[in-house]
Design a protein around this ligand. Structure first.
Ligand code: PEP
Length: 258
């Protein structure tokens, strides 16, 4: 019931090398083609490891696939002495549409804080790559009932410095950490509570028009069997899918949730 085009994004994490990626993307494309998937109705993205991007780009270009792709992280810098980092300039050159920033696994294992996540979002936008900014509370916060306040504070810090024009294009992924890779999915009501609060915060920080334009995704153990009830909620505009995005047929079913 919104003008926002839903986005289904598969976060492959550190899975599928470039050979496997080629097979996977072909299988996904065939499956969606057989199902006559309308990509203008539900946008489909894959976020492979960096080393797969060139292969995915070649396939998408050669077969004129409507599927889009992106990366799982990006540097806050454009070039220079940052060993091991990947510039948004490189991602743009490989045709990346999106990049996830601030995924909970980056925050946890690489100690990324909100300021760094915001700098990464800025650097992505500077090259025309749209950041998918990930936020969400851990189990202790959820148990204390503080999920809304916690997530909104994280959101504010993680998009600090975005212009109004950038904010209108950003994608936010609400991913409660306790639901990621655990099989424990948030209820549709839990997802709506925080996704709705995120939209409210965007209206407060920017404008009602920005809040109405931004896609807010839910992430955390999304599968074909639970996606429809979550997508039925008014402030959920898509999903970020980890484990279940590694099976082309299952991911295609999630994409075609209606
Ligand atoms: C994720 O890593 O973004 C994620 C949502 O993982 P999973 O779907 O496996 O819970």
């Amino acid at each position: 019931a919104t003008a926002r085009t839903p986005l289904m994004a598969g976060n492959w994490k550190m899975n599928l090398d470039h050979h496997a990626a080629t097979h996977f993307v072909q299988k996904l494309a065939w499956t969606l083609k057989d199902a006559k998937h309308d990509f203008s109705a539900v946008e489909v993205a894959v976020l492979p490891p960096f080393t797969d991007l060139r292969s995915v780009q070649t396939l998408v270009d050669a077969d004129k696939l409507e599927l889009v792709y992106g990366a799982q992280d990006v540097s806050a810098h454009l070039s220079g002495a940052y060993t091991g980092e990947i510039s948004p300039v490189f991602l743009a050159k490989l045709g990346a549409t999106y990049v996830a920033v601030g995924h909970s696994e980056r925050r946890q294992y690489h100690h990324e804080d909100d300021a760094l996540v915001a700098a990464k979002a800025k650097s992505a936008f500077s090259q025309g790559v749209v950041p998918i900014v990930c936020v969400g509370e851990g189990l202790d916060v959820r148990k204390a009932g503080d999920q809304v306040a916690y997530t909104l504070a994280q959101l504010e810090g993680s998009i600090a410095g975005l212009t109004e024009e950038e904010a209108a294009q950003v994608v936010i992924a609400y991913e409660p950490v306790w639901a990621i890779g655990t099989g424990e999915v948030a209820t549709p009501e839990d997802a709506q509570e925080v996704c709705g609060a995120i939209r409210g915060k965007l209206a407060e920080l920017y404008t009602d028009a920005v809040a109405a334009a931004v896609r807010v995704l839910y992430g955390g153990s999304v599968k074909s069997g639970n996606v429809a009830s979550i997508m039925a909620k008014p402030d959920v505009d898509g999903a970020l899918i980890g484990g279940a995005s590694l099976d082309a047929e299952e991911f295609a079913k999630i994409v075609r949730y209606q």
